[in-house]
Ligand binder design. Structure first.
Ligand code: RP5
Length: 183
């Protein structure tokens, strides 16, 4: 378990296996960019249900305010966390199985009424972290402003891309000759 951004972890990132780590690390990187402290652990709804139970039962008292749960295949981790906590749970369906993550997407998103899991796209660890930042930002004006600045940067990047495209010669067109005859 780690809390690289310093301070008391506010986000608990849980994943079903170490084979999920490469994808879920992206969530940690985003939280770090926003200066949000997090912890990360492995617990499997199917292989180690007691560990999941213990983790979720202690997390709120430690200061965790939102969970991000990533799992693949018949992914029940986010749902099991949601069943055991009043904190918001963001589910990340992961593509590890022969079904490419569609199984995990449906298992994570199709929760019964009364027990929501906010599900991002397959492999969407980055969006999960951004959503966690937004959730925490509702009670943290400084974090909300950092998120606002992030959105502005996104828009700036699109402007830059559009400018580059506008300045590009059209495909197949020869650049116009400067001053008369071709050399
Ligand atoms: C899920 O099964 C895990 O979240 C992982 O995505 C998938 C495969 O796990 P490993 O067999 O690689 O440990 O529970």
């Amino acid at each position: 378990m780690t809390g690289p951004a310093g301070g008391r972890p506010l986000v608990g990132i849980v994943m079903g296996s170490d084979s999920d780590l490469a994808t879920m690390d992206e969530a940690g990187r985003v939280l770090q960019e926003f200066g949000v402290a997090y912890e990360m652990t492995i617990a499997s709804a199917h292989r180690s249900p007691a560990r999941v139970e213990q983790y979720v039962s202690e997390a709120e008292a430690r200061g965790i305010r939102v969970f991000i749960a990533g799992a693949g295949a018949a992914a029940h981790l986010a749902g099991v966390l949601a069943a055991r906590t009043v904190l918001p749970v963001i589910g990340v369906p992961l593509a590890g199985s022969t079904l490419g993550g569609l199984d995990a997407l449906l298992s994570t998103a199709q929760m019964p009424g009364g027990v929501p899991v906010a599900t991002v796209g397959i492999g969407g660890a980055r969006n999960a972290a951004l959503l966690a930042v937004q959730v925490l930002g509702t009670a943290d004006p400084a974090l909300r402003e950092r998120y606002r600045a992030y959105k502005a940067r996104l828009a700036d990047e699109v402007e830059e891309k559009a400018s580059r495209l506008a300045g590009r010669p059209e495909p197949g067109m020869v650049p116009p000759h400067q001053g008369g005859r071709a050399r």
